[in-house]
Design a protein around this ligand. Structure first.
Ligand SMILES: Cc1cc2nc3c(=O)[nH]c(=O)nc-3n(C[C@H](O)[C@H](O)[C@H](O)COP(=O)(O)O)c2cc1C
Length: 214
């Protein structure tokens, strides 16, 4: 098969899967585990999604995304992360203004998974939470759902208040916890082009020694 045919085949496969998942409820089909395209295809298709439809995400899909988070590696296997699942519209609206920019679309997401950590458990909680955030994004893409990382740590709201404090007080998160991110989730309201491999920054790869890019 030529590259064009493979691309068309992949696009059709992804379209069929998302359509089947969309109509799964109507057809009353059990959860179907697809053997997805190669992992690299999943990486290419995971693009930040900031436009969602009004459709809710079924509990089974949320559970799969949470499983992906809980299967994430963590330093010394200390698993400092915890996850707050928010689906309530009013709370999503409040989260959308917990920082000055880059969070407004949370208001229209079907859900947000807030990634928090008990900072007394590990000195690498930021790294641990980052991996869990990305794993959830990949799981979402695997289910045909859209997602976007929303940064909370080191961010402030319009009044200069710390975004972490805003999220913590809104969700009743105890003192020793911090907040890394929120992963916005929903059915895609807009499709993004998959990552264009011609844009790979190959000059960032150094072979054997810094500066050797060949
Ligand atoms: C650490 C980190 C923080 C991010 N923070 C935000 C954010 O606050 N709001 C937002 O809309 N996107 C945020 N993003 C998404 C990036 O803007 C996005 O990943 C980047 O532009 C590349 O686009 P792509 O995800 O479609 O490949 C963040 C991504 C990362 C990894």
């Amino acid at each position: 098969m030529s590259i064009v045919n493979v691309t068309i085949f992949n696009a059709l496969l992804r379209f069929s899967i998302s359509q089947i998942l969309r109509f799964k409820k109507i057809l009353s089909l059990p959860k179907i585990n697809f053997i997805m395209e190669k992992f690299i295809e999943l990486l290419k298709h995971r693009r930040s999604c900031r436009h969602f439809t009004d459709e809710a995400i079924d509990k089974e899909s949320i559970d799969i995304i949470l499983k992906a988070a809980l299967m994430s590696p963590s330093g010394h296997r200390l698993t400092p992360w915890e996850f707050v699942v928010v689906e309530d519209k009013e709370t999503l609206k409040a989260l959308s203004v917990c920082k000055a920019a880059g969070a407004t679309f949370i208001e229209n997401a079907a859900a947000a998974i807030v990634v928090i950590a008990d900072t007394t458990k590990s000195d690498v909680w930021v790294e641990d939470c980052s991996i869990a955030s990305v794993n959830m994004q990949l799981a979402a893409e695997d289910l045909g759902l859209g997602s976007c990382w929303v940064q909370i740590r080191l961010r402030k709201d319009n009044e200069g208040n710390d975004a972490i404090d805003n999220v913590k007080s809104l969700l009743g998160i105890p003192e020793q916890y911090s907040v890394l991110s929120m992963v916005a989730l929903g059915h895609k309201g807009r499709e993004s082009k998959p990552f264009d491999e011609s844009k790979l920054q190959l000059d960032k790869i150094h072979r054997g020694r810094f500066g050797n890019n060949n």
